[in-house]
Design a protein around this ligand. Structure first.
Ligand code: NAD
Length: 376
């Protein structure tokens, strides 16, 4: 089986899908790996390191034409789909809820497309969960970014020149990214508070040494996959009222609230931001999915009239591309190894398997994923 790995073409993308140690593992299992020339250039990995690990270096055109399985990180450009080998397997993030045209094209060209966003949240699938591996790093980056931009330090300092109070950090949304943000801010010495609509999160927040902000929203709950459910407009209003005072007192507010497959909820409005202290920082981690913060802009830092800096930088895991690539690459080799047929020396697409069933979007000329089929 030829597994081809393509360079990322999205502007500014610094991560890459597979690193040499994963190549080595898969080659030892009998895979033939072809990587596009220059694949690791953005993370300081040379073609000869891939060759040493057992890969051959090839052109993009050849890989698209010959590979039985194509790996990449971002969704494929729609014009490349028709160039893929018929009946080949394609694994990447796909954004299938928003990419109807791309999904239709993959089906039309008989590609079996696995979407990394759709890997189920089960214990067995944890090692393949790229949403989590990348969110974890993004959470870290939000804190490091805000610590650098804040005109204050994070820890408490008691010196002959006086006492400095610790920075106050408020994290909204305590999922994978939010919990890492809490842990990172605590390590830097900040006083951390957090809120999430899923009640199960309270204990996790407290176990990291942060304070959980109590806001009674009535029934909230979570889906079977552990994702938050959308709030009613009345609940959002209650949440905003409950958070307003904490925001006013905070030096840094980091928002990570997402609703799987839907637009992110707007949680910080202009009135709340107008009450915040000059020099304080907001990082909107949801900026690429619609934004949690009124006025945030993708890939921009906006300074409001009252001197609050709203950071809306996209692709946060890309800021730590070496480790982001390492983790994504491990997610991929774990996925491939899980379904590797030793005798056939090939990946077996077992469509009855729960993980494959969850992540397979198109197969044999059709859209097969129930959730994606049902998008209106
Ligand atoms: P996510 O990225 O979809 O959302 C981030 C967070 O935003 C979530 O915690 C969500 O509850 C929160 N949120 C949504 N609306 C909000 C609002 N109005 N106000 C405040 N917060 C809001 O979620 P995620 O981080 O990818 O995962 C969510 C949970 O799933 C995690 O806490 C984790 O426990 C669980 N999980 C389980 C597995 C597994 O079992 N294999 C793997 C990954 C994650």
């Amino acid at each position: 089986m030829i597994i081809g790995v393509l360079k990322e073409v999205h502007p500014g993308e610094t991560r890459c899908a597979l690193i040499p140690s994963s190549v080595d593992r898969l080659v030892k299992k009998g895979a033939q790996i072809s990587v596009e020339a220059g694949l690791g250039s953005t993370i300081g990995v040379t073609d000869s390191e891939y060759q040493k690990a057992g890969a051959t270096i090839d052109s993009r055109t050849n890989i698209l034409k010959n590979a039985d399985m194509v790996l990449r990180l971002r969704k494929p450009p729609v014009e490349e789909v028709a160039l893929l080998k018929k009946d080949s397997i394609h694994i990447s993030f796909l954004d299938p809820f928003n990419e109807k045209g791309l999904v239709a094209e993959l089906a039309k060209n008989n590609i079996s497309a696995l979407s990394m966003e759709m890997i189920p949240r089960s214990t067995r699938a944890q090692k393949m969960d790229a949403l989590s591996s990348q969110a974890n790093l993004a959470g870290y980056v939000t804190v490091v970014l805000s610590a650098e931009r804040l005109p204050k330090i994070f820890p408490m300092l008691m010196t002959p020149a006086g006492t400095i109070q610790p920075a106050r950090v408020f994290i909204i949304g305590a999922g994978v990214a939010g919990l890492q943000a809490i842990a990172t801010a605590k390590r830097l010495g900040a006083r951390v508070e957090a809120f999430d609509t899923r009640p199960v999160v309270k204990e996790q927040v407290q176990s990291l040494g942060a304070k959980f902000v109590e806001i009674d929203l009535g029934e909230t709950g979570q889906t079977a996959q552990g994702y938050a459910k959308a709030l009613t407009p009345e609940q959002i209003k209650k949440q905003q009222d409950g958070m307003a005072k904490v925001c006013t007192q905070s030096d840094v507010v980091i928002t990570t609230a997402q609703l799987f497959g839907r637009k992110a909820p707007v949680l910080l409005n202009k009135e709340m931001i107008a009450q915040m202290k000059p020099g304080s920082i907001i990082v909107d981690m949801a900026v690429e999915t619609g934004g949690n913060v009124e006025g945030s802009k993708v890939n921009e830092e906006v300074i409001t009239d009252n001197g609050v800096r709203i950071i809306g930088l996209g692709n946060l895991p890309g800021k730590v591309a070496v480790h982001a690539s390492q983790m994504y690459s491990a997610n991929l080799h774990n996925l491939i190894e899980e379904y590797w047929d030793k005798d056939a020396k090939a990946f077996k697409l077992n469509i009855e398997d729960e993980i494959i069933k969850g992540a397979l979007i198109t197969h044999q000329g059709a859209v097969v994923n129930e959730m994606v089929k049902n998008i209106k």
